[in-house]
Design a protein around this ligand. Structure first.
Ligand SMILES: Nc1ncnc2c1ncn2[C@@H]1O[C@H](COP(=O)(O)OP(=O)(O)OP(=O)(O)O)[C@@H](O)[C@H]1O
Ligand SMILES: [Mg+2]
Length: 313
């Protein structure tokens, strides 16, 4: 009750680009009955990978968003007060939370952002991992059905609570590190998730997003999500403006919208996120083609080919 268990019957194939090694490691760890933490920056495909593996192996799974409000009662379940008044404390008046549901059905419990959950909730998970069962006051024991495993995702850059993940948790889980994928793989992800656009232009969008991860003023750059959004927004914006998707201005405007909120700057820096995005955009797409060069990518009418905009097309 109140919790969605994604059943294999409802599953649709989730395509995963690349990641063959991580898929293999995750499948093996789950086969071995281990609990697993997937650790990597946002947007590195942790959820995608888990969904694909769960689908492929036809494993049911229960999804929980980890945050400061995830109390033990929310995770485990609670007695419905109105029902309790009428019928007293009994299994029928208990509303299963995600953990009770996963334990009973032998599902994978997928906890996003495990580092954000409160200490008491973390302790509940530690107990379940060690003992394979849960004791709920006035309800009794909930024993883990075969197949129950915890898979948690965690972002190493997240300042919230990362340090709190104690050695007690780490000692009970196996860890798979998820770094950023190669440019080729990220390109394939954007192709999969975004609209159809000029291939060379799309590759430059991916390159621009990758540059945000190396800029000295940036602490955390954009994930591939930024590239997916930039491609989508540019296509929409250029369409409204009656221009080709490779239009320089539309690309810059979209880059600002898609990326400026996604990059986190170093604290000592003096520049704004917009400045950094503009700089990187120019480095990747060149300077703006001259104003009277209206036709996208064509030589300028006054005879200067490209108008000094390398790769501006
Ligand atoms: N290898 C991949 N194959 C297919 N799609 C991918 C891949 N990696 C990322 N994506 C796409 O990028 C986006 C982010 O991926 P996902 O949600 O799996 O990341 P995440 O690591 O779970 O992020 P977060 O830490 O923010 O929860 C999604 O739209 C997803 O479809
Ligand atoms: Mg995720």
């Amino acid at each position: 009750m109140g919790v969605d268990v994604a059943t294999p019957a409802a599953a649709t194939a989730v395509p995963v680009v690349g990641r063959t090694r991580e898929v293999e490691l995750l499948v093996a760890a789950l086969d071995a009955g281990a609990h697993v933490v997937l650790e990597g920056p946002p947007g590195t495909g942790k959820t995608t990978l888990l969904r694909a593996v769960a689908d492929e192996a036809r494993l049911p799974f229960v999804f929980v968003e980890g945050n400061a409000e995830l109390t033990p009662a929310r995770l485990v379940g609670h007695f419905d007060p109105a029902q309790v008044l009428e019928r007293g404390y009994s299994p029928e008046t208990f509303v299963d939370g995600a953990l009770a549901e996963a334990l009973r059905s032998g599902a994978l419990l997928y906890v996003e952002e495990i580092n954000r959950i409160p200490e008491e909730t973390l302790n509940v998970l530690i107990t379940v991992m060690s003992e394979g069962e849960l004791h709920v006051p006035r309800l009794g024991r909930i024993v883990a059905a075969p197949g129950f495993r915890l898979v948690a995702a965690m972002n190493p850059f997240d300042a919230v609570g990362t340090a709190r993940i104690s050695s007690a948790v780490y000692d009970r889980v196996c860890r798979i590190a998820m770094g950023y994928q190669s440019a080729g793989d990220e390109n394939a992800v954007v192709t999969l998730r975004g609209p159809e656009v000029d291939e060379q232009w799309r590759a430059k969008v991916v390159a621009l997003v990758r540059r945000t991860r190396e800029h000295p003023d940036v602490h955390v750059g954009s994930s591939v999500r930024g590239a997916i959004d930039m491609v989508r927004i540019t296509a929409a914006l250029a369409g409204r403006r009656g221009r080709d998707v490779t239009d320089w201005r539309s690309g810059l405007d979209s880059a600002l919208v898609a990326l400026s909120g996604r990059i986190r700057l170093v604290e000592s820096g003096t520049r704004t996120a917009e400045d950094v995005v503009r700089e990187l955009y120019r480095a990747e797409f060149g300077e703006e083609p001259s104003a009277d060069d209206d036709s996208d990518g064509a030589d300028s009418p006054d005879g200067s080919p490209g108008g000094g905009a390398p790769g501006g097309a």
